[in-house]
Design a protein around this ligand. Structure first.
Ligand code: ATP
Length: 306
């Protein structure tokens, strides 16, 4: 088994504009900053895994348009193998993010090329998936593609169902680990058990992790922002504290965590070791603004105490 990580996921160009307040229907407002940055949970996690020293190949798609280059700007040159990213007709995935002075975001997401990363596209990389130590998926590409990736994965499936989409229970329970935050965890628990009380589970991370395990999940990592993470495997639930830092922007923290964790698992680390490393990687991420642009290098993580 190689030590490679294959990421099956989304690639987006994020257009971020700042406004005093959100426009009313029909209204035109003057905005402040307008920046196009690379994004998409798949690309974010692939970059984080590569920065953490992983041997990464990405399976995804971009369109034939200028946004494709913007979307891959940082991933190119990261060392990740992008030969599994198809160029298809239609637009590259775009997220238009309007950030108001109140801090409230309005987001319009156009999946574009990401919608083509379905079962057939994924199956065309069967050999790659069969040889990977870790296959890493999120929730921004079609469910049938994620299910096919799980079926073809020769190694460990790491699944971060964000956003939460309807997936076959056997795909969710096969994840090792399933990575969720408290909101995603409660929604996934209800997908596995229709009687689960989402509101109650959201308020009770330990109970939610227990419910996911009881529903058959192999292992679960629940990230809790500045409160760290809970890791459940075997009979144990272990708290991984967050590293204390001065946080300036938590955008991309979850993606940083999932990518760095996968890189360590692919190297043969235990789940607890991998989570400890991911917590340090994500802590450095929140000390800087942006998503991909905020990810640290492996050297910076090695230099961080905590
Ligand atoms: P997002 O969707 O915003 O990327 P998320 O909800 O998926 O986030 P979080 O739980 O917010 O993910 O963060 C992931 C991990 O990043 C946490 O488990 C923690 O280790 C680290 N982290 C997040 N916020 C902080 C913080 N303020 N200080 C230190 N570490 C943090």
């Amino acid at each position: 088994m190689s030590q490679s990580i294959v990421v099956v996921g989304s690639v987006n160009a994020d257009l971020r504009v700042t406004v005093e307040r959100h426009p009313r229907p029909g209204e035109t407002l003057l905005g402040g900053d307008g920046t196009v940055t690379p994004g998409g949970k798949g690309a974010n996690q692939a970059l984080a895994a590569a920065r953490a020293g992983g041997n990464v190949t990405m399976i995804g798609a971009v369109g034939h348009d200028p946004n494709a280059a913007a979307a891959l700007d940082l991933l190119r040159g990261s060392g990740a193998d992008l030969s599994g990213i198809a160029e298809v007709d239609g637009p590259t995935g775009v997220a238009v993010v309007m950030v108001a002075a109140s801090g409230e975001n309005e987001i319009v997401y156009i999946p574009g090329a990401n919608a083509t990363v379905g079962a057939d596209a994924v199956a065309s990389h069967a050999e790659l998936l069969g040889q990977a130590a870790v296959v890493l998926c999120q929730g921004e590409t079609p469910a049938d593609g994620i299910a096919r990736a799980q079926a073809l994965a020769g190694g460990r499936l790491v699944l971060n169902p964000a956003p939460v989409i309807e997936l076959p229970p056997e795909v969710i329970t096969a994840a090792d680990p399933l990575i969720v935050n408290e909101h995603e965890g409660a929604l996934v628990a209800r997908m596995l058990d229709p009687d689960a009380d989402v509101a109650a589970l959201e308020e009770d991370p330990g109970g939610c992790v227990g419910a996911l395990r009881a529903a058959g999940c192999r292992s679960v990592v629940m990230t809790l922002g500045s409160a760290g993470a809970l890791v459940a495997e075997g009979d144990d639930v272990t708290a991984i504290p967050a590293v204390r830092v001065d946080a300036v922007d938590t955008t991309g923290a979850g993606d940083a965590f999932a990518g760095a964790l996968s890189a360590r698992l692919a190297e043969g680390g235990t789940l607890l070791e991998a989570c400890g490393y991911a917590a340090r990687f994500a802590a450095l991420t929140v000390t800087r603004t942006g998503a991909q642009a905020s990810f640290p290098s492996a050297e910076e993580v090695a230099g961080l105490r905590g």
